[in-house]
Design a protein around this ligand. Structure first.
Ligand SMILES: Nc1nc2c(ncn2[C@@H]2O[C@H](COP(=O)(O)OP(=O)(O)OP(=O)(O)O)[C@@H](O)[C@H]2O)c(=O)[nH]1
Ligand SMILES: [Mg+2]
Length: 673
């Protein structure tokens, strides 16, 4: 543990809602650690955390940024995580390797709810976490009210560590509730020690008592002391804090304004004293050991240096040039944002960037002999938003596949699919900005610019009536002629049957060897029925025909079948089929009624709703919804639910679509064709 042996490098993941000030806080923490000599800011786009062109152009973090610093002789690694839910995949990876999470939040009561999924993840994985309430330089929110809102979404006890000193409308400093010292904030510097303002004394005593009572919930000795009105030693209080944080029983809450360095030194000191040692984290993850043992948690493909695997060392040590089974480390670095500082070796607790381990992926746990079984790595969320993409330059098509493989290697919540029905390449992800960033990376990092558009819905069509058809393909043009003649009977089939081909030829009216060609002709035609969509749920029986001893051929029979289908199908009462998905929408139950409205508005049919298992206060609403209506539903769902609503979906069935919507679909597809 820290103090008894030289502290191993520790890792704090900076997480929290979108734009709450995580990147700004990392800047200030790195400044405290002497890792940078001036603090960048978002306005000047010169922060360590948001160094990528995509982060700069969107004014937000879009992936993990790692940075290393030293505080009072101890090594610290900070992982600045994106706040946007669309980039959650990276955030959850960072949390998997962190000793502690610092939740940076805004002093806005309404936004507390947006953190519910984050708290849920932390609780589920028992990750020690503290809260830094940021932006207290201008707020009229009372810390007490905010604490209440935050406690509402946390299953762990929140413990306020400081009470604010108010100066009119603004907060000018704080009283530390353990040391009982007061500090006055100073712009861009460490705070000044002052005496506790007289009007705050009562509030301080009350808040300190509440802090002690929270700790006493987990320690009988302390409880007894409190009952006897004995004041515990400061050192004991710190020890309880440290232990209870490590055991994920309490959530200490700090105050400040990252942009002005306010409260940052205090936070850094608390991190130093209270963050668990990596050996404790390793225990939490299931008692990992090996020599060495390295957890890869992020992959970058850098324009100049190639593939870089960011990893935490759980055991042993690694050296540049060594091999972990078949994987050779070619370059070992500490990162400060996009800057790589070469190191020769690193030991337990450290975060390192390893060069050119081409076959290694995010989530891999590596030992001396290669990949070993590690803790379950959280799966990426199901894709819920998509773009159809085409390279701007035709010759880039091959390059595009390779580039997308790299994108997915960097962020497994980006996937690509070739849709055989619509013949589109579809890029899938978590939302509009997520996919914009993905396509910008294709252009910026991999030099493949793409055009994007809304993907086509994979409609199909079927028939509601059967018919019989005679068709002949005949050509006489010098030499060999062509002759094929078929009689077919077409019938509709129930939904989900697909296509069935049968024959009932007697007396060799169509010789055996030509029958497969008839079927092939029909299958060719099926790709595009009379309405312009793939045909399903019908059968064709070949029951008669004629042939010519010299002029008949596979090709002639195939063409005869196609002619027959073309003539027959428009008479079979064709109808459009649209894909319907089974959808489960997850929201805090305050939004359940809104979600039901959203489903109805988008032609959905509600199947029911229930409490979401394991999520207190959340509902799961189930529905059947047309896939066409799901295209951008996540955007509306998020805007209805402070960004926390989400859903899962899977194809369920095809349903007939008629009327004006169907006419529009057919007309627009015909126009596009
Ligand atoms: N007033 C005030 N503004 C702050 C403070 N800290 C950060 N900000 C502002 O908040 C905005 C967002 O800051 P970032 O540090 O980029 O926030 P973030 O949490 O990293 O954002 P994402 O990574 O995109 O989620 C910027 O405009 C900052 O200038 C603060 O202490 N006080
Ligand atoms: Mg950020």
């Amino acid at each position: 543990m820290p103090g008894t042996s030289p502290a191993a490098p520790r890792v704090a993941a900076l997480v929290g809602p979108y734009l709450s000030g995580k990147t700004t806080l990392m800047e200030s923490l790195l400044y405290s650690c002497g890792a940078i000599d001036r603090r960048g800011n978002q306005k000047d786009k010169n922060t360590v955390g948001d160094a990528s062109p995509e982060a700069k152009s969107h004014g937000m973090s879009v992936e993990i940024s790692a940075a290393t610093g030293t505080f009072l002789g101890e090594t610290w690694h900070f992982l600045d995580c994106p706040g946007s839910v669309e980039f959650w995949n990276d955030t959850q990876s960072a949390l998997m390797v962190a000793d502690v999470a610092v939740i940076v939040c805004d002093p806005e009561i309404d936004r507390a709810l947006t953190m519910a999924p984050l708290f849920h993840f932390l609780d589920e994985h028992e990750i020690p976490h503290m809260i830094f309430i940021n932006k207290l330089d201008h707020t009229d929110v009372r810390v007490r009210d905010l604490m209440e809102a935050l406690q509402g979404i946390s299953s762990r006890k929140l413990v306020l560590r400081e009470v604010p000193i108010r100066d009119g409308e603004s907060i000018s400093g704080y009283v530390d509730l353990i040391s009982e010292r007061a500090y006055k904030f100073k712009e861009g510097e460490q705070s000044d020690l002052i005496s506790i303002p007289g009007d705050l004394e009562d509030r301080e005593v009350e808040a300190r008592q509440s802090l002690l009572e929270s700790l006493a919930d987990f320690d009988d000795g302390l409880l007894e002391q409190l009952l006897e009105d004995t004041v515990p030693e400061k050192q004991d209080i710190y020890s309880h804090m440290t232990k209870d944080l490590a055991d994920d029983l309490i959530v200490p809450v700090f105050l400040g304004a990252a942009e002005h360095m306010n409260g940052v030194q205090r936070l850094m000191k608390a991190l130093r004293h209270e963050t668990p040692d990596p050996r404790k984290t390793r225990e939490r993850l299931g008692g990992l050991s090996g020599d060495p043992l390295v957890q890869v948690f992020k992959t970058y493909h850098m324009p100049h240096t190639g593939k870089t695997s960011l990893a935490r060392i759980w055991d042993g040590s690694v050296k540049d040039g060594m091999s972990l089974g078949p994987h050779k480390i070619s370059g070992l670095f500490h990162m400060i944002g996009h800057t790589q500082n070469k190191i020769a070796s690193a030991g337990i607790g450290d975060i390192v960037a390893m060069g050119r381990m081409d076959e290694v992926s995010t989530g891999d746990l590596l030992g001396a002999a290669g990949t070993v079984k590690g803790p379950d790595w959280p799966a990426p969320a199901q894709p819920i938003y998509s773009f159809a993409i085409t390279p701007k330059k035709r010759e880039d098509e091959v390059k595009l596949s390779a580039a997308i493989a790299k994108l997915a290697d960097e962020d497994s919540s980006v996937t690509v699919e070739h849709n055989p029905d619509t013949n589109e390449m579809v890029l899938w992800g978590q939302g509009d900005i997520h996919l914009q960033v993905a396509t910008e990376r294709l252009a910026n990092r991999y030099n493949v610019a793409v055009d994007t558009r809304q993907p086509l819905t994979p409609y199909k069509e079927t028939i509601r009536r059967g018919t019989k058809q005679h068709a002949r393909h005949k050509k006489q043009s010098g030499g060999h002629g062509q002759f094929g003649d078929v009689h077919i009977e077409i019938k509709p089939l129930p939904r989900g049957s697909g296509f069935q081909f049968t024959e009932s030829i007697t007396g060799g009216a169509v010789p055996r060897q030509y029958i497969p060609a008839v079927e092939a002709g029909i299958r060719d035609y099926m790709n595009k029925g009379p309405l312009g969509f793939p045909l399903v749920d019908f059968s064709v029986n070949l029951y008669d025909g004629q042939y010519h001893a010299v002029d008949s051929s596979d090709m002639a029979f195939k063409l005869a079948a196609i002619v027959g289908m073309k003539e027959a199908m428009p008479n079979c009462d064709p109808v459009l089929l649209e894909p319907i998905c089974e959808v489960h929408i997850y929201v805090p139950n305050a939004f359940t009624a809104k979600v039901q409205g959203l489903i109805s508005k988008r032609r959905g049919q509600i199947l029911g709703f229930d409490a979401k298992e394991g999520w207190a206060g959340w509902d799961s609403v189930s529905a059947h919804m047309p896939q066409a209506e799901l295209y951008d539903i996540i955007i509306e769902l998020r805007s209805l639910t402070f960004g926390v609503g989400t859903y899962e979906w899977k194809f369920d069935h095809l349903a007939e679509l008629t009327g004006r919507i169907a006419d529009d679909v057919v007309a627009s597809r015909q126009k596009a064709a």
